[in-house]
Each structure stands twice: as C-alpha cells, then as structure tokens.
Write a protein that binds this ligand. Structure first.
Ligand SMILES: [Zn+2]
Length: 245
C-alpha cells in the first residue's frame, strides 16, 4: 500500500551550477491530489516539511538545510497557499484531521451535492493515514515545519493557545518557534529566539499538522519567520539542529 504512494527514483539531483550531489535522493509522494517532492539525505529520523507554496523564504531555508543535515524533507509542489482539490481549493495545512478537512473543503465551496462531501472526506481520511505514516518521524525524531508570515501574524497571537512562552525583548515578534514537547521548550527557551510551548490539544482542532503531531506524541516544531528573512530562518533551523538531540 505504501509503495503505491512513494515513488523513489534513485537519481542524484542537480544542485546549483549543475553540481550533482550523490548523497541526496529525490522522490515524490501525493496526498489528496497534492504532490510533494521529497529529498532524502542520510539516515536521520528527522523530518522537515514546507507546506505553503507562497512562502518562498521557508522553501529556500529548507533547501539549504537538507543539503547540510540529514533527514527527509517534503516540499509541496505548488505556487500559492491553497491547492486545487476536486472543484475547489484547500489549505494544505488544514486537512490533518477530519474536522479541519470539513471546514477546509467548505471554505471556498459552501455547497456540495448530497453525498459528495462525505465521499471527499472519506477519501482524504484514507490518504492522510498513508501520507502520515511516511511523514511522521520514528520515535524520538523531530518533525519540523517551516512557515513565513507576510504581515500582522506574530508570536503574541499564539499566546492564548500556549502553555509556556519565552519572548525575547530584542527579537522581532514575527520570528518565532512553536514546539509541542516540554523538554524541547526548556532547551530552546534558554536560547536567543522566541519560542512557545503548545502541548495541550485545543477543543476545536483546525486540522493543522501541529495538532496531529501532538496527538501522535511526536516532537513537532514550527519555525515561523517574516517572508524574506532567509538568513534568520536558516539560523533558527541550524540552532534547533544543534540544540535538540
Ligand atoms: Zn504557512
């Protein structure tokens, strides 16, 4: 079953000036019709994912990182935030639960013909399980997701959903990390970056990947920076890699 979803082609990928890097393995996987390009480097159980096609800084940070650190990196094959799904578009970070998928499917298409919404939800449920079995790290591994914000969104908007916060006076509130593991939080809180701990499930799960990771007891981290702040995001990623083990 899993093999029908992951297509490994053991070819080295061309980097920058056509320099081939033999350590990297390129493949792809689909979930709900959404294609993800997957780059594998070495044997680490760490997983990385870039989910929103318009957040290009996060993509570049991850491309940079996976050439230097081992793990499996998932890149969405899309240019905008939402992806086409059947006759609508959906936010790929709102379909990691059935409840989230229900709202995502209806956001841009409130009316569905009788029976078709349930069928779509059942389909997403089936494919999600296969996708998550590949995406989620083995016990002890980290799942790191990378995002960028454009304006407005910042660490203070996460305060109410967080159990602990460590907000630094000299850091921009739009650059921050969310983690789901209390020990990881303690380590990161003593470092230079803004970080919040979210280790209690909300009453209404919005279908984002972080809650699914928490349900599975996976150490999840979200690295959020302002769009365009590439060196910042690269540094935060490196910091996590060197601080958590
Ligand atoms: Zn995002």
């Amino acid at each position: 079953m899993l093999n029908s979803f992951i297509y490994l082609s053991i070819i080295s990928i061309a980097l920058g000036n056509n320099i081939k890097d033999e350590r990297l393995i390129n493949s792809h996987i689909t979930f709900a019709g959404i294609k993800f390009n997957v780059i594998s480097n070495g044997n680490s159980s760490n997983r990385y994912i870039w989910l929103h096609g318009d957040e290009k800084t996060a993509k570049m940070a991850l491309e940079h990182h996976i050439k230097r650190y081992s793990g499996l990196a998932f890149f969405i094959d899309n240019e905008s935030r939402e992806v086409p799904y059947k006759s609508t578009i959906i936010d790929p970070n709102r379909i990691f639960s059935r409840n989230g998928s229900y709202h995502a499917l209806r956001k841009f298409k409130p009316g569905w013909a009788p029976g078709t919404l349930k069928k779509a939800l059942d389909e997403i449920d089936d494919e999600r399980e296969d996708f998550l079995n590949i995406l989620m790290p083995a016990k002890g591994g980290l799942l790191i997701s990378l995002h960028n914000n454009f304006r407005g969104y910042n660490v203070y908007k996460e305060k109410n959903k967080s159990q602990k916060t460590s907000i630094k006076a000299n850091e921009n509130p739009r650059d921050f990390m969310i983690c789901t593991n209390a020990k990881d939080f303690e380590k990161l809180a003593s470092g230079p970056y803004n970080v919040v701990l979210q280790n209690v499930l909300p009453e209404n799960d919005d279908g984002s990947l972080s809650w699914e990771a928490l349900r599975r007891n996976i150490r999840y981290l979200n690295i959020e920076t302002r769009l365009g702040y590439l060196s910042k995001q690269k540094k935060m990623l490196k910091y996590i890699e060197e601080t958590l083990d």
